[in-house]
Design a binder for this molecule. Structure first.
Ligand SMILES: [Ca+2]
Ligand SMILES: [Ca+2]
Length: 550
């Protein structure tokens, strides 16, 4: 069962592995003391909430780019030019390579940010960040689930290529292969200081930890915060105690509910401290919040603050955290030296009802390849390099951040193939900038190719997906079960006219249907596809620990 879990069960992230006995860490890796850091005074969260002035990135007339399928796929393997690089390099050129701050939340829905349509709570810091930078309305994660999504963000590869699918359970025998080059390793070669704070979820074995993948510092949980003895549904004994790491060491072997209430605070405090300590050199800071993944936890300062219950309180605290990080950059005069991006790792976990977020008008949520699963809020801010108040409506994906950052840091790309392309022109709000991909491919579960996106068109391939149907919504942190629905025929959606994926237009668009099916075939050749029993020629193995290892 554990293997199935690691490969991403369609039914969710709940692992029913029963073999966690004896999984407590050895004394050698379990220090005894755990000191809780002190509190940080929150900013005033009642700050003004002003609308963002919209200036659209132009839409492509029809497709991303009219080139042949093999050409497009070959193009995925090479780096493209960047508008950042093409920008005038006179007065605005930073005197050093830019800092990168990536803030990733967990299971926050597309509509769970003020400027993206949040209801019942406010996110003044994120809204201000969008006002001072650019927000993307069509930004996607590579897969709608934790580990796979993070693998893509950190390697610039489709998760299928690097062999990371689903959500890894505790003591998983696989992890992101140490041979893969992470964002941290990419910039470390350029002399950056690097830190990862929060949820890692790319392998909790020593050899897979962030400190072995280019991060100088690590503080956080090794996987999801519900993979603990108090999981709302799992049988007792399913999960071992939840550890908290500082670098390679477990500093708290049994995270409690009270500890979870402090996670957002602790990550934030560490982030601010890291910025202060490294203000005189280039740095990459990756803050991957554990929240708002269930079980939801919030500090006393934010309890009861929103009109949306605990979920809204949690988002308000995450927004406070963003404000603290931005304030630290400003305090140290690093605003113009720092690209900050904010995004979520996948859509809302809808079966949790009032403890889940909202995908707004988009269909379904986490764990599906419908828009609600993969489309996430994305904001980027870099004063002096990104014009204020822009809105980009071009598609983009997490895999593109790696080559974009490589270009900005003047770091050479890895020699092994990656899948992302430089989206500098989109990020910098360049007029007329287009997405450089011919298509994006959406995999889920056990390497199932479920959808293909090209320009305004989305092909949804026959597969089985989960939905709630019209049963009553869940309350209080206990989920309701999903139903499995089989999609027997391919469906085609025009996302420009129908972003909610309500009208299948396959019968009226036979040529477009064929074209996207041909793109799907190309993806299968490279990445494989368990639905059609294809093995990809371009896939690599995840990291594995031997069976002999306890
Ligand atoms: Ca997630
Ligand atoms: Ca590596």
């Amino acid at each position: 069962m554990r293997l199935l879990h690691e490969l991403g069960l369609r039914s969710g992230e709940l692992a029913f592995a029963a073999d966690f006995s004896g999984t407590r860490r050895s004394a050698a890796t379990s220090p005894t003391g755990f000191m809780a850091p002190g509190r940080i005074k929150p900013l005033d969260v009642r700050a003004t909430h002003e609308p963002v002035r919209a200036s659209r990135c132009p839409q492509p007339a029809l497709l991303f780019r009219a080139c042949s399928v093999p050409t497009a796929l070959a193009a995925m393997l090479v780096i493209h030019s960047s508008a950042f690089a093409a920008a005038p390099r006179s007065a605005s050129v930073p005197s050093r390579p830019p800092n990168f701050v990536i803030i990733l939340t967990d299971d926050q829905g597309y509509a769970d940010v003020g400027v993206f349509g949040a209801k019942g709570f406010k996110t003044p810091n994120l809204d201000r960040m969008a006002q001072e930078g650019i927000r993307f309305t069509d930004f996607h994660v590579a897969q709608p689930v934790c580990s796979a999504s993070r693998a893509a963000l950190l390697t610039g590869c489709y998760p299928s290529r690097v062999g990371i699918m689903g959500a890894l359970g505790p003591r998983s025998r696989i992890g992101l292969n140490p041979d893969e080059v992470t964002l941290a390793e990419l910039v470390k070669a350029r002399g950056y200081a690097t830190a990862m704070l929060g949820k890692w979820h790319l392998g909790d074995r020593l050899e897979f930890l962030p400190t072995r993948q280019g991060f100088d510092e690590y503080f956080g949980l090794p996987y999801s915060n519900d993979m603990w003895p108090d999981h709302p549904e799992a049988k007792p004994g399913t999960y071992p105690p939840l550890p908290l790491f500082d670098a390679d060491r477990i500093v708290n072997p049994d995270v409690t509910s009270a500890d979870q209430c402090q996670l957002t605070t602790w990550y934030t405090q560490r982030a601010v401290d890291f910025i202060e300590r490294n203000r005189a050199r280039p740095f990459l800071l990756y803050v991957a919040h554990s929240m708002p993944h269930v079980p939801l936890h919030v500090s006393d300062q934010f309890k009861g603050r929103s009109k949306r219950g605990l979920y809204g309180d949690v988002i308000m605290e995450l927004d406070w955290s963003v404000g603290e990080i931005l304030a630290a950059l400003k305090r140290h005069n690093l605003d113009r030296d720092t690209l900050v991006v904010f995004l979520s790792d996948n859509g809302p976990w809808l079966s949790y009802g009032d403890h889940a977020g909202s995908a707004g008008r988009f269909r379904e949520g986490k764990g599906t390849s419908w828009e609600g699963g993969t489309r996430v809020p994305f904001i980027a801010r870099w004063p002096g390099r990104i014009p204020a108040g822009r809105v980009c409506r071009e598609p983009a994906m997490t895999i593109d951040l790696f080559p974009t950052i490589a270009r900005l840091a003047h770091a050479p790309l890895p020699t092994r193939p990656i899948d992302g392309l430089d989206i500098g022109p989109l990020l910098s709000g360049e007029r007329g900038a287009r997405n450089p991909h011919e298509a994006y491919f959406f995999y889920y579960g056990q390497n199932e190719l479920q959808a293909v996106r090209s320009g305004r068109w989305k092909l949804v391939l026959p597969h089985t997906y989960r939905t709630l149907g019209d049963q009553p919504s869940a309350h209080g942190g206990m989920p309701v079960p999903y139903r499995q629905v089989k999609l027997a025929e391919p469906e085609l959606y025009d996302l420009q006219r129908d972003p909610g994926e309500r009208r299948n237009v396959a019968s009226g668009q036979p040529e477009m249907l064929r074209r996207l099916q041909a793109l799907a075939e190309q993806a299968r050749a490279t990445y494989g596809d368990s639905l059609t029993r294809r093995v990809g020629s371009g896939v690599r193995e995840p990291g594995r620990v031997s069976a002999a290892q306890p």
